[in-house]
Design a protein around this ligand. Structure first.
Ligand code: NAD
Length: 395
């Protein structure tokens, strides 16, 4: 079967990164295979050829399609017949590699599913956005939390006017795992590259600030316009930011707070958002992802549960993103899988030359990635100027 038969067969995926012991590569793999529509057939899983081969063996991949380097993989896969070569490349490497690997994958003719942040800086983001436009390929960015059904429900309830006119957003991403200089612990590579500006770009801002900024924009359907940021490095001797407390204004004069921290001691990963309108407010938290709370001034709070028929009635997108009945908990693998499913459908449509159905265009794109980098750059610029209000430059 050729490239444009993707809708009638499994999408063939390659992966860059996600070698032995990596954090997010295995989550991507589990998510990609969850619905049986995507098959991982090739990979360059590590910068060390032997580790790449080890990962390939653990995944029972054809050794001929487990490569010593990502450049070799792109070249070899592009040279294969249309019946064999991969359709898309998942990029799950540290941040400094995103730009060149994504740009090269697009140039070699592949669709791209990349993890955040988009790039190390704005110059790379501008160039990559141009490369995506020119390539005509699908580019999905895995802002995980947008994949949750109850986040889609929150967005759709706001779009339907359930909160009235929006006034305020409080969005926070508290983590505590960098509470001390764990990057100095032997073998803690995950912490060492994240706290090294050369490999990570910004620290906390790029790592989790981009997630929470994107969640606020996804749920409200409003772009952040300007911010006043206090960005700090709280752990002595650390080379990168580990905490950001930010005042923000979104489109429509909505005002509020965005917080991201990796030094809030004892915190896990409970990203959450509250949105206040003049008629009602809502709350979603990753620690309780199956429920959306709605609060009113004149009646008791409502708790909406994923999988219930009233959720499907209010949000077809939430229903599409739901696999199990209510109170059969779904989680992060499913949220990632929803991004993969919609991206795969968009890739199939793009290859067939048919319009992408709107319901399937429900995943973060290059534009979300670009906005994330604008957010990071504005936060750093604001902090440098003593927290002065700073507009997100428009691209
Ligand atoms: N969406 C999310 O929720 C989420 C969560 C965690 C991480 N991430 C992002 O995913 C990316 C990876 O993060 P991680 O925590 O998995 O990092 P990690 O350090 O655990 O894994 C990185 C992997 O990339 C491999 N790698 C490094 N250089 C390579 C190269 N040249 N060629 C091939 N492979 C190479 C490493 O060997 C390793 O296997 C980062 O950009 C991070 O921001 C996203």
């Amino acid at each position: 079967m050729s490239t444009n038969d993707i809708g009638k067969r499994k999408l063939r995926l390659a992966m860059i990164g996600g070698g032995p012991g990596a954090l997010i590569g295995e989550v991507h793999r589990k998510a990609a295979r969850l619905d049986g529509r995507i098959e991982l057939v090739a990979g360059a899983f590590s910068s060390h050829p032997e580790k790449s081969r080890q990962q390939g063996r653990e995944l029972f991949l054809d050794p001929e399609r487990v490569y010593a380097s990502w450049r070799e993989m792109l070249k070899a896969e592009a040279a294969l017949s249309a019946e064999r070569r991969v359709d898309a490349v998942a990029i799950v490497t540290p941040n400094h590699l995103h730009f060149e690997q994504s740009a090269a994958a697009l140039a070699a003719g592949f669709h791209v599913i990349q993890d955040k942040p988009l790039t190390l800086n704005l110059a790379e983001a501008v160039e990559l956005r141009e490369a995506v436009r020119k390539s005509g390929k699908i580019f999905a960015l895995t802002h995980t939390y947008t994949g949750y059904p109850m986040v889609k429900l929150a967005r759709d309830l706001i779009r339907a006017g359930r909160l009235g006119k929006l006034r305020k957003i409080v969005a926070e991403y508290p983590q505590g795992w960098l509470f001390r200089k764990v990057e100095d612990d032997p073998g803690n590579k995950r912490a060492s590259w994240r706290t090294d500006p050369a490999q990570a770009g910004s620290g906390c801002l790029g790592d989790i600030g981009t997630h929470i900024a994107n969640l606020s924009e996804t749920v409200s359907s409003l772009k952040i316009r300007e911010i006043a940021a206090n960005v700090s490095t709280m752990v002595e001797g650390r080379k990168n930011d580990d905490n950001a407390d930010i005042l923000a204004r979104w489109e429509g004069n909505v005002s509020g707070v965005i917080r991201a921290s990796q030094v809030e001691t004892g915190e896990d990963n409970d990203i959450g958002i509250r949105v206040y309108g003049d008629a009602a407010s809502l709350q979603w938290r990753h620690g309780d992802p199956e429920r959306l709370l709605l609060r009113y001034p004149d009646k008791p709070m409502e708790t909406w549960s994923r999988g219930q028929p009233y959720v499907a009635a209010a949000s077809p997108s939430a229903a599409r993103a739901t696999r199990l009945p209510a109170c059969h908990p779904e989680g992060i693998i499913e949220a990632f899988a929803n991004i993969y499913l919609n991206a795969a459908a968009a890739i199939a449509a793009a290859e067939a030359g048919t319009p992408i159905p709107e319901a399937e265009l429900d995943f973060p794109t290059i534009e979300d990635g670009f906005q994330g980098i604008l957010f990071v750059e504005a936060a750093l610029a604001s902090a440098k100027n003593g927290g002065r209000w700073t507009k997100l430059a428009r691209g």
